[in-house]
Design a protein around this ligand. Structure first.
Ligand code: PBG
Length: 308
């Protein structure tokens, strides 16, 4: 077996899996001024290199992402004030809606995806979907990505979008989203830790694989254009199972805690960051992910460009 591993040329000749910047999506947190302490970029302590951004900082990030050849950005909004209904989620002048318009204007070729969920907007930190998807589409998002895990939401959003004249807007369904400890740093970033209880009554039990496939098939039946498995690193088996069962494009979300683990270990000198990140992202592609949403996207794109 070693004959074909001897040189870079031979290894490249038989490499089964390719990782390209154009398969990566960078998540961005766009925040109202109060939610970032008035700063242009308010660092998120548990996610070194990631910050809560002003509108102009988000546009600058998007331009950088486009320059690096990334597929797109996934936007999360952090409002100044939360309420019981999460009404900021469909505010036409909300942080996400403003950012979608500004980014599409500055870099039209970069895909903009928007997370449709209310946990960042509700005072109690729980999810549930109402009018946000249409307001994102109206702002010009390329893809809406409902992440709330409510039953029937893909069909409801599809119907709503079609009725409002957005039949062309694709839905990336967070189909198999697990109730995971790996979301910890995101909840710091979005200040969305549930004020009571947890999300186990709507997000999936990490012990269940067959159920993940059923969730994905249900979303496909309801009209999803792409399906997602989240988190990614501990769920490679389900990326593969969902890809095979649905035959749909699959996204894997390499979440905040997975990012934080690598950053912390690299900072401590325990791991080589570049080698670790590229190995992880390649493994997700090998598992069957077409697209990877990852906070490492910019670094990975730079490293991939150096390699070639
Ligand atoms: C919900 C949402 C979450 C993430 C993406 N969308 C948090 C949650 O369900 O608690 C987590 C992403 C990450 O950890 O990087 N709006």
């Amino acid at each position: 077996m070693r004959r074909l591993r001897a040189t870079a040329g031979l290894r490249g000749l038989v490499r089964e899996t390719e990782l390209r910047a154009s398969q990566l999506v960078l998540p961005l947190f766009v925040a109202d001024a109060q939610a970032r302490g008035g700063h242009d970029r308010e660092p998120i302590e548990s996610m070194p290199g990631v910050a809560r951004l002003s509108l102009s900082a988000a546009v600058a990030e998007a331009e950088e992402a486009a320059g690096l050849g990334l597929a797109g950005v996934m936007l999360f909004g952090i409002p100044a004030e939360k309420d019981e209904q999460g009404s900021g989620a469909w505010d036409e002048e909300g942080a996400v809606q403003l950012a979608v318009r500004a980014i599409k204007q500055a870099v039209p070729e970069l895909l903009v995806m928007t997370d449709v969920c209310l946990c960042e907007y509700t005072s109690h930190g729980h999810c549930g979907v109402l009018r946000a998807a249409v307001s994102h589409a109206r702002a010009g998002t390329d893809v809406v990505a409902p992440s709330d895990m409510m039953d029937g939401r893909v069909a409801a959003i599809r119907e709503e979008l079609d009725g409002e004249g957005f039949a062309e807007t694709p839905i990336l369904a967070y189909s198999a989203k697990f109730a995971s400890a790996f979301y910890g740093p995101f909840r710091e970033a979005a200040d969305s830790t549930p004020a009571f209880g947890d999300r186990r009554a709507y997000q999936m039990d990490p012990a269940n694989g067959r159920e993940a496939v059923r969730e994905a098939l249900l979303d496909v039946g309801e009209g999803a254009d792409m399906v997602m498995v989240k988190p990614a690193l501990a769920y490679g088996d389900l990326i593969r199972a969902v890809a095979e069962a649905t035959g749909m494009p699959v996204a894997a979300y390499n979440v905040s805690g997975e990012y934080a683990m690598v950053k912390a270990a690299a900072a401590a000198g325990y791991l080589d960051e570049q080698a670790t990140v590229l190995e992880i992202l390649t493994s997700l592609r090998r598992a069957g992910a077409d697209t990877i949403i990852t906070y490492h996207a910019k670094d990975a794109a730079r490293w991939l460009a150096e390699e070639t």
